[in-house]
Design a protein around this ligand. Structure first.
Ligand SMILES: C[S@@+](CC[C@H](N)C(=O)[O-])C[C@H]1O[C@@H](n2cnc3c(N)ncnc32)[C@H](O)[C@@H]1O
Length: 207
């Protein structure tokens, strides 16, 4: 496991940097274009939720725009990031259940969720990738979708990893760890230079 920690300072810088417009716009466009199979009452998990960046955009798209209300749980191993998450959950006026937990041992029984999403966490688990992939898959119900977003293994991704303390996952290696999930890359229409340099989105279905 990466021993890089989202301590108070790193968390503050991260929250400040990544609520910027290109990052936000890319995810908003992704959620808008991808037409995920989300149904009213679905149990949703955001793994490595940070300050709830992805959850907030997810709720904006599905609850606010499409009127599909879900039950979201989210966890992170940094208590500092969870403090930002807590504040954002209140601001968002949403009953999101927050947990302090590690992605290598997700504290939920098998087949608990209708939708699992994770953005930016797996890069930190490159050395334990099989276990991380197994845990995410384990808590997802069969036939349901998973969304994975991570930094590409490019020069820019590796540079970003040096700054943020992670090791990008080589794209070819990544798929084989999700043995029970058929993952397809999703290209956002408005693919920006930013997306091309850094981000990848995958949507998969558990067999
Ligand atoms: C790059 S941030 C992404 C946060 C958020 N998901 C987003 O998209 O903005 C990475 C997050 O993963 C969390 N993280 C790293 N390793 C983790 C682990 N083993 N278990 C749970 N969370 C982890 C960090 O604490 C941090 O909040």
């Amino acid at each position: 496991m990466s021993d890089f920690n989202y301590n108070a300072t790193v968390s503050k810088i991260y929250v400040w940097c990544f609520n910027n417009s290109s990052h936000n716009k890319l995810y908003t466009d992704f959620l808008n274009q991808s037409n995920l199979d989300i149904r009213p009452g679905d149990k949703v998990l955001d793994a490595g939720c940070g300050d709830l960046f992805l959850t907030r955009l997810f709720l904006n798209e599905y609850s606010r725009h499409r009127n599909i209300h879900t039950q979201v749980s989210a966890f992170d191993k940094s208590k500092y990031m969870l403090r930002y998450a807590q504040k954002n959950a209140v601001k968002f006026n949403s009953h999101i259940k927050l947990f302090h937990a590690n992605g290598l041992k997700i504290p939920f029984p098998d087949n608990s969720f209708d939708f699992v999403m994770t953005s930016g966490m797996l890069e930190y688990l490159t050395n334990n990738f099989s276990q991380a992939a197994h845990e995410l898959t384990r808590v997802l119900k069969p036939g349901k979708q998973m969304l994975i977003s991570f930094d590409r293994d490019t020069l820019m991704g590796r540079l970003s990893g040096k700054i943020w303390g992670f090791k990008p996952i080589p794209q070819k290696q990544f798929q084989k760890h999700f043995k029970e999930i058929d993952l397809q890359e999703f290209k956002v229409d408005s693919d920006s230079i930013y997306a091309q340099l850094f981000r990848r989105f995958y949507i998969g279905i558990k067999k």
